[in-house]
Design a protein around this ligand. Sequence first.
Ligand SMILES: Nc1ncnc2c1ncn2[C@@H]1O[C@H](COP(=O)(O)OP(=O)(O)OP(=O)(O)O)[C@@H](O)[C@H]1O
Ligand SMILES: O=C(O)[C@@H](O)C(=O)CO
Length: 426
Amino acid sequence: MGIRLGCIADDFTGATDLANNLVRAGMRVVQLIDVPPDGAQRPVDADAVVIALKSRTAPAAEAVEASLRALAWLRSAGAEQIYFKYCSTFDSTPAGNIGPVTEALMDALGTDFTIATPAFPDNGRTVFKGHLFVGDVLLSASGMRHHPLTPMTDPNLVSVLGAQTTRAVGLIDHTVVGRGADAVRARIDDLRGQGAGIAIADAVSNEDLVRLGAAVQGLPLVTAGSGLAIGLPANWGFTPSDAAARLPPPGGHRAVISGSVSTATNRQVLEFLRAGRPAFSVDPLRIAAGEDVSGQALAFAESHLADGPVLFYSTEAPEAVRTVQSKLGAVEAGELVERTLARVARGLVERGVRQLVVAGGETSGAVVRALGVTGLRIGPQIDPGVPWCAAPLPGGDTLHITLKSGNFGGPAFFTDSFALLDREVS
Ligand SMILES: Nc1ncnc2c1ncn2[C@@H]1O[C@H](COP(=O)(O)OP(=O)(O)OP(=O)(O)O)[C@@H](O)[C@H]1O
Ligand SMILES: O=C(O)[C@@H](O)C(=O)CO
């Protein structure tokens, strides 16, 4: 039997977030890093496969091309429904990539309608009358307005998505969602009749997501944050389960790599520093000046790993990030930092780190690729949207790794995560 649900995630933290929700809703999930090469072994015993891409901030044409390759692979593996996963804060720009990728997937699947909802109430993301809230504030008043690559300044998702696609965008509002799956299906028929191709769907609770999940049974394509995964597996008879996949016992040194500049990560870095734990600051301006910052970081690691976890961070408050970007350019600064943190990650693993926390989606993509990891097994959840995972390293060892989305996790995440690993897995 082929897989039921084929998922395309636009970044690596988002992919584990989605896989985590699917596992908790009862599916057996395999997460792959990038589209497997021709001839690679297909996952067996999986109800869902999540392909993690690093396409969120790539040029739109590249994001479309990678997503279509992922789609082709998932269809050839038998996927019955496709799930395009993007960020719960709808990270994108007027150039894309949510709109262009959605349209390309719709065209390739020959479908004229899909829904879009980044709602993830367990992490404070709710959609009401088409407007996205982050906690108690509109998206545009949240820290996302300062995001270095995808600043979000308009909370109205109908207009945000409308600017990125040639298809008309409609709304399935909360009054409809609250009435249940039949009402949502009727609204979809209405919108189709009016010529809309995509509908933003309101959801302010997990119950809304369960109703939406039931309503979209049979749609060839759904697009969402990870929240919709709470409601979809029931369409195939899966039932929620807390029994996350068991991971092998962890070993080796512990480290944290943080290239996220989001609000929650800033708090987590401060908390770690306040506790007086060993930490090395990776300064983009020193990298740009030609200093061997990764070499210095690894020298620091050698004298502190025994007292780990050790933190390596480029995380800064928005004003400091803006200063760096004005000197180096936003994209250039991002790439410089990602390359350096990826080199540090490789050096850490060479020095015996086998338990690694990575903060930030782009950062996770760079790190995971640099480590040669091709797949992840999903383990216990640390905080909503963030599970521990196990990854085989090219040399045969197992790396325990967690990929933390920028705005996820409690203030003590960088130490609590290791405590949970001790408790649940050792
Ligand atoms: N001090 C800094 N100055 C400028 N850019 C930075 C700095 N530190 C990190 N960056 C860049 O900012 C970007 C942060 O993106 P990343 O996706 O890793 O984190 P995030 O956006 O907080 O996380 P998520 O996507 O999971 O919400 C990366 O490209 C990173 O290299
Ligand atoms: O949906 C989210 O917020 C996360 O899974 C994510 O994609 C952050 O990069």
